[in-house]
Design a protein around this ligand. Sequence first.
Ligand code: SF4
Ligand code: SF4
Length: 409
Amino acid sequence: MSSGNPLPILGQSTSGISIAAEHLGPVPRITSLLIKPASAVCNLDCSYCFYLDRDADPYKELPARRMTADTLERLVDTYLFYSYPNATFAFQGGEPTLAGLDFFTKLVELQKQYGRSGHNVANALQTNAVLLDDNWAQLFREYNWLLGVSLDGPEEINDAYRFNKAQHGTYKQVMRAIEALQKRKVDFNILCVLSQANVEKPRELYKFYKSIGVDNVQFIPLAEFNPDGSRMPFTITAEQYGKFLVEMFDLWWPDRRKMRIRFFDNIAEALAGMKPGSCTMHETCDSYVVVEYNGDIYPCDFFVEGGWKLGNITMDSWGEIARRARRYSFAQKKTLSHPECVVCDYQSICHGGCPKFRHGPHGRFEDLDYFCQAYKMIYKRAVGPLQKEVQRLLGRPATELTRQALSPY
Ligand code: SF4
Ligand code: SF4
């Protein structure tokens, strides 16, 4: 798309305009689910958490939020039918392990019961890890789950913001869980939130993760704002994030065959002509949906808000949910191009970043992604070497960067 010809607002968005789904072109499939079996409820009290006291959370006032056995069964039965031959169930919270080990054992039984021959079913879970022990590790190992474990660095860094409800740091509990996972050889990566506690310390972080035997890390930049648009104290700046990524890239480059860092992998995937693993680098926001504890469906975890609800699995089929005009309306928010994106050399791999970060300080989807400066810094540093690496590995030139129409709709 061009900035001079913005797309109309599609669907039943806040504009109130409604367009029938049959006028919206091919239906993008729902290729994975992000399931919140305990909604946004958590057993920790991390001071930077996006979910705590979130006014827009439609379930905030409901004290007991757990997915029931009936909802779980309907979810597995219907999604396996819709998604054949590939289904991905990813669990997140709040803290999803609050649903209990029996819940996840039942999930696997249902997947066996309703899966068909030749069905590839993948399970993943993002956790703060404090409830994990050997029994959990056994289940994850037996069924090849992929785990994401939150750990922001060594003890003094992690415990700067990651507290339990008694306001004690969580580092020691998380390290015990990591040992249990390593003992059982469970596949896991680390999720490291970049805050003011660690964004200036890439070397220390890199050394630390290697020292505890971690070989797969994702860095999540923190950008939370006060109602007046000012940065919250732990929020990092785009320049800090950019410097962090560039230094991390230089640390990682000699180890690139031994260590995975998600953002750098995603850039390489884009340059190899593949769809990157992170939705932030997709053209539109429609690759997955969120399933709340009661079966309600939303297009993105950052937008679990009444205005974006797409339906409920007890009343709607997956085909109907996929075709909802509101889903198109959300998906195309990412294609609202800012004038800087239109002339940007990295547009064809960045696609304008993440609407959550555009929506940041002022709550406007049309704004430039808050971290744009950081993206430009890392793309400038990383694209050249990664293009050469991709060419060497694939035996053909990497994808050239182009400026293109952003919207596939
Ligand atoms: S808003 Fe951001 S996190 Fe949500 S689907 Fe879009 S790119 Fe992904
Ligand atoms: S790097 Fe910045 S200007 Fe370029 S496409 Fe991404 S958000 Fe837009």
